[in-house]
Design a protein around this ligand. Structure first.
Ligand SMILES: *Cc1c(COP(=O)(O)O)cnc(C)c1O
Length: 443
């Protein structure tokens, strides 16, 4: 920890993230690729995904469940990072996806994910989206309300199909996380109230075009303790027993996502914790289990690389970088903390001082860090890396302030390539049209 604050030092940040290293010639490297080289070719701001890091995490998560002898289906919550390359890597690791829109379904199918590997969650699926899901024959639709269940039955009937569905239950458990990423409390908009779900399950067994396969739950995100998982899953287990006692079949339980990571100094539980809780709560029910991790897999695979536009002396001293809240929204949206490292080799031995790190967008909330201890020598043109931005990073970008989407790069243990070209302002303008009546009459 740092003498000036309780925050991790630059060295703490570096040593706890094995894909990062510093050498005397190139400064900061990610999976063996010097970041200054990427910046020189791809420009800044620029998102970087570590393919090797993603594969390692995907395999470690699977191993944690295999060690428990738990047969689990792994569905990556692709809303956290949805690039075709990301999906391709995870498909090759044996993952399916959890989707929350028809757009994500199209992306997943395009990346070669089989319909049988797709689970559809989300509180407001349109008729069009449900019809597409039914017609593609995806694995499971997690239904979030009675109304949606009956609508799905009608849509499946119109398609001449039987739709496999699970009831997403709201177990009324406090995930003990940030208010804006909590999803399983009674007042949250997600899921079916657990007291009504058993009765509904029994009623829905009579529907002819929906096959109820089981229950689903997703408690919240960035969860750091076992307790909310244990409460949610044991509530689900009780419900499975009640439903079976009424004579109905429960084949699957979908445990959702939510496993947290260390951004700052959190004690993040390993995936073995989650595997243990699931084994203890649900392991003896004889159901097919699935999980939907997003953040745990993707957050540590990502860096947002940015260049200092200006330093502005004052109280506090500001460092204005060329990434902004339109690129990375999380600090403005959730007050989230992201590690920031300099890139130049000399910077790691410099004297330190606190800076406020901000973006150029015209909003007071466009702040990445307050009183952040960084090299005192930071100056115009220097590169900085914002860490753990792989989840809910590029996918949440907007073009606010006419700032086009940043470039994306994949690094893979020494290799690298641009995987999305930087958008141009011309691309933004080209998508707009002006009604004739606003233009001066011709001739
Ligand atoms: C967002 C979401 C997830 C993934 O959550 P993480 O915290 O990123 O693991 C999983 N399931 C559902 C239904 C979600 O909405």
């Amino acid at each position: 920890m740092n003498a000036l604050s309780s925050e991790p030092t630059l060295n703490d940040l570096l040593t706890s993230r094995p894909p990062l290293e510093v050498n005397a010639r190139d400064g900061l490297l990610f999976e063996g690729v010097p970041l200054h080289v990427i910046a020189a070719v791809a420009g800044t701001p620029c998102w970087i995904t570590g393919a090797g890091t993603l594969r390692r995490r995907a395999n470690a998560l699977k191993a944690a469940f295999e060690a428990r002898n738990l047969p689990v289906h792994f569905h990556f919550a692709m809303k956290s990072q949805d690039h075709q390359a990301t999906l391709t890597i995870l498909r090759e690791c044996g993952y399916g996806v959890d989707i929350v829109s028809g757009g994500e379904m199209t992306r997943a199918l395009h990346a070669g994910i089989k319909p049988n590997g797709i689970v559809f969650s989300g509180v407001g699926k349109s008729d069009l989206e449900l019809r597409a899901a039914v017609e593609h024959g995806i694995r499971q639709i997690n239904v979030e309300s009675v109304e949606e269940l009956y609508r799905l039955n009608d849509i499946a009937q119109a398609c001449g199909k039987i739709a496999p569905a699970a009831l997403r239950v709201n177990p009324d458990v406090d995930a003990q996380t940030h208010d804006k990423i909590s999803t399983g409390r009674a007042g949250d908009k997600f899921g079916i109230e657990h007291r009504r779900a058993v009765k509904l399950y029994a009623e829905a067994a009579a529907l002819e075009h929906v096959e109820l396969v089981g229950l689903a739950v997703h408690l919240g995100s960035q969860m750091l303790t076992a307790e909310p998982f244990r409460q949610g899953y044991s509530r689900l287990a009780d419900m499975v027993r009640e439903i079976r006692a009424l004579g109905h079949t429960v084949k699957t339980v979908d445990c959702g996502g939510g496993l947290g990571i260390r951004y700052q100094d959190e004690i993040a539980p390993p995936p073995e914790m989650l595997a243990g809780v699931i084994a203890e709560s649900l392991g003896d029910l004889g159901v097919e289990l699935s999980i939907e991790p997003g953040r745990w897999l993707s957050a540590p695979t990502g860096i947002l690389l940015s260049r200092v536009i200006e330093t502005k002396a004052g109280n506090p001293d500001f460092v204005v970088i060329d990434a902004a809240m339109n690129d990375l929204a999380r600090p403005a949206l959730y007050d989230s903390w992201h590690g920031i490292l300099p890139v130049a080799p000399a910077a790691f031995n410099d004297a330190l001082k606190p800076w406020d790190v901000v973006g150029p967008v015209c909003e007071s909330s466009d702040i990445f860090a307050k009183d952040r201890v960084l090299p005192a020598s930071l100056k115009r043109g220097d590169l900085v890396a914002l860490l753990d931005t792989g989840a809910y990073g590029s996918v949440m970008s907007s073009t606010y302030n006419s700032r086009p989407f940043a470039a994306q790069v994949l690094v893979d243990n020494g290799r690298w390539e641009i995987i999305r070209q930087r958008q141009s302002v011309q691309d933004l303008i080209a998508a707009e049209t002006i009604p004739d009546w606003l233009l001066p009459a011709h001739g």
